[in-house]
Write a protein that binds this ligand. Structure first.
Ligand code: NAD
Length: 312
């Protein structure tokens, strides 16, 4: 089993580190366009093997797609990250061309690959990857909801004192500061609704802080975050390669589900050896349905940029 991570920047290298430590494959390939970066980071990660005790081999390469041949799963993190004050949407032009050429190169050497798209604006990049490769919809999955849901649990834990791993809470919709929908009314602390522990004002605060979770870190660090994104990627890759069939929110192609067509957007989905295996229907109230429609409209208008700029 081979797993490829494209982009050896902050997110890609952290994802590769987590994947390697968890021994999710015999071999991990880390690829970057910048000479020496992937080789160096792969060597650094390899040098933790004796300390942490893992046997997965990790190899870094500069734009050499032959080395990625036969990958079962590939993660695309290549592109530029957000700078303070920048929205994910503003990244579209630069990252679209990068993501498209990366996806095409990957497919040349790994025709059976399942692709996890991470580069922002993630929903639009996932849609682009699907359209550019023509792969079946189960094999193109956007990572955003897994991260946003983890950030949502963090915020709930800050107000309730609950252990984040005792919480069940998901974020659906787009992976954008204004398009994501943290479902507070559905969130539970070991089956008990969290709304029981939070005042209306606290609930509003938790939702608002979750929505700007990424931007808050970008402001503090000066670039976008990588530890939680890397862990979220590794969790999804694990569910694929170990066929765990875990339920994540992920950006997948909708054909009528949640009332939407021809768009990839964050919904609850079972992730297993075939990728995105089954979208789970969730009963939303009118308020959340309206938010989902608005989120789809915003993502669709970004997707339109792809055709307007003749990228797809
Ligand atoms: N979906 C999510 O939840 C999520 C979370 C965090 C970051 N992101 C996004 O992930 C992307 C990466 O973020 P980062 O912080 O790792 O950025 P980074 O700048 O640290 O790393 C990006 C890497 O991509 C490489 N790259 C650029 N063009 C390439 C190409 N054509 N082929 C191969 N490699 C190429 C760069 O050399 C760089 O090393 C950004 O678009 C960021 O916005 C998404």
């Amino acid at each position: 089993m081979k797993i490829t991570v494209i982009g050896a920047g902050a997110v890609g290298a952290t994802a590769a580190d987590n994947i390697t430590r968890k021994e999710l494959a015999e071999e991990v390939i880390l690829l970057d366009i910048k000479e020496g970066v992937a080789e160096g980071k792969a060597q650094d990660i390899s040098q933790t093997a004796a300390l942490l005790g893992f046997d997965t081999k990790i190899t870094g390469v500069t734009n050499d797609y032959e080395k990625t041949a036969g990958s079962s799963v590939a993660v695309i993190t290549s592109g530029i990250p957000r700078k303070p004050g920048m929205t994910r949407e503003e990244l579209i032009g630069t990252n679209a061309n990068i993501v498209k050429s990366v996806a095409e190169n990957l497919l040349k050497y790994s025709p059976e690959v399942i692709i996890l798209v991470v580069s922002n604006p993630m929903d639009t990049m996932t849609y682009l990857t699907l359209k550019a490769t023509g792969l079946p919809k189960n094999r193109i999955i956007g990572m955003g909801g897994a991260l946003d849901s983890s950030r949502f649990k963090y915020q709930i834990s800050q107000h309730t004192g609950a252990s984040p791993s005792d919480l069940n809470a998901i974020v659906i919709g787009g992976h954008g500061d204004t398009t994501m929908i943290p479902l507070i009314k559905h969130a539970t602390w070991n089956s008990i609704p969290v709304t029981q522990f939070l005042s209306a004002q606290q609930q509003e605060q938790v939702v608002a802080d979750t929505m700007v979770g990424g931007a808050t870190l970008t402001k503090l660090i000066g670039t976008s975050a990588w530890y939680a994104p890397g862990a979220a990627i590794a969790g999804m890759v694990e569910s694929i390669v170990r066929n765990q069939k875990k339920l994540f929110t992920a950006s997948v192609y909708l054909e009528g589900e949640y009332g939407e067509q021809d768009i990839t957007l964050g919904v609850p989905v079972i992730i297993g050896k075939n990728g995105a295996e089954k979208i789970i229907a969730l009963q939303l109230d009118e308020e959340d349905k309206a938010k989902f429609r608005q989120s789809a409209e915003a993502v669709r208008s970004m997707n339109n940029v792809l055709s307007e700029s003749k990228i797809i």
